[in-house]
Design a protein around this ligand. Structure first.
Ligand code: ATP
Length: 218
C-alpha cells in the first residue's frame, strides 16, 4: 500500500515534506532518534487517512496521552459501537479483568498502555502504535510482540519503537532522521552501518537461534 503526499508542519518548519510511504503487509517498524519525527509521521498518516476517507479501520496507541477520569471499561468501548465482549480476549490475555471498574487515570503507566493496546488491536485493521512496549515489563513486552506476530496475517501494523528487539517481528523497516525518511526496506536488508548512520553509535549484528539481533557496541 502506498500512502502518498505525507507532510507535516511544526510551526514554520516543514518536516516530512511530501513523502510517499510504502507500507507492507504485516509489521512496518519506524525507527529513529529522539525527535526524528516518528510520532509526527504516525499522526500524519492518521490525518492522511482521515482526509481521504477510506474503508480501513484504524487503531492508534499514542506514546503519550491524557488519562480521563472514566472507568477502564468505558475507555475500551469509547468512540465505537462495540460492547465490552468484543475486547474479552485481550482483557483476559493482558490481565485487565480486575481493572475494568477502576478509573483509567488511577492505573499505572504500563496498565494504561495495555488497555490502549487492547483497544487498538480490536478496533483497527491498520494498527498504529507509538512506542507500545516502552514502560512495560518484559513479560508484557513479550506478550505484545507475540500478539502482533500472531495478528499480522490479518492486520497491518505501523509501529514506532526504540527497542531493536522488534526488528525480528518486522516485514518492513522505515528509518527516520531529522524529519526525513532516509531508508525503507525489508529487515533482511538492514546492516550495521545503516543503523550506525541512523543512531550515530556503533552497532553490532548478532545471530542467535536464527534470529538477528542488533546491539549497541559501547
Ligand atoms: N508542537 C510542537 N512545537 C514545536 N516543535 C514540535 C512540536 N511537536 C513536535 N515538535 C518537534 O518535532 C520534532 C519531531 O517530533 P516527534 O515527536 O515526531 O519525534 P519522535 O521521533 O517521535 O521523538 P521521540 O522518540 O523522542 O518520541 C522534534 O524535534 C520535536 O521537538
Amino acid at each position: 500500500m502506498l500512502i502518498q503526499g505525507i507532510r507535516a508542519r511544526i510551526g514554520n518548519k516543514l518536516i516530512l515534506p511530501d513523502h510517499n510511504l510504502e507500507i507492507s503487509k504485516g509489521v512496518n517498524l519506524v525507527l529513529g532518534q529522539n525527535g526524528a519525527g516518528k510520532t509526527t509521521l504516525l499522526r500524519s498518516i492518521i490525518r492522511a487517512f482521515y482526509e481521504r476517507g477510506g474503508l480501513i479501520t484504524r487503531g492508534y496507541v499514542p506514546a503519550e496521552f491524557s488519562a480521563p477520569e472514566i472507568q477502564v471499561r468505558e475507555v475500551l468501548v469509547s468512540g465505537t459501537r462495540n460492547n465490552l465482549a468484543s475486547y474479552a480476549e485481550y482483557i483476559q490475555y493482558f490481565g485487565l479483568t480486575n481493572l475494568l471498574d477502576r478509573s483509567f487515570s488511577s492505573l499505572s503507566t504500563g496498565e494504561k498502555k495495555l488497555v490502549l493496546i487492547a483497544k487498538a488491536l480490536v478496533e483497527g485493521d491498520l494498527v498504529m502504535m507509538d512506542e507500545p512496549t516502552s514502560g512495560l515489563d518484559v513479560k508484557n513486552q513479550s506478550k505484545v510482540m507475540r500478539t502482533v506476530t500472531k495478528l499480522k496475517s490479518r492486520k497491518d501494523f505501523i509501529i514506532a519503537v526504540h527497542d531493536l528487539n522488534w526488528l525480528n517481528q518486522a516485514d518492513r523497516v522505515i528509518l527516520l532522521k531529522n524529519g526525513e525518511i532516509i531508508w525503507q526496506s525489508g529487515p533482511q536488508e538492514l546492516r550495521e552501518d545503516i543503523l550506525e548512520k541512523l543512531y550515530e553509535i556503533r552497532v553490532k549484528r548478532v545471530e542467535i537461534d536464527e534470529k538477528t539481533i542488533f546491539i549497541f557496541d559501547l
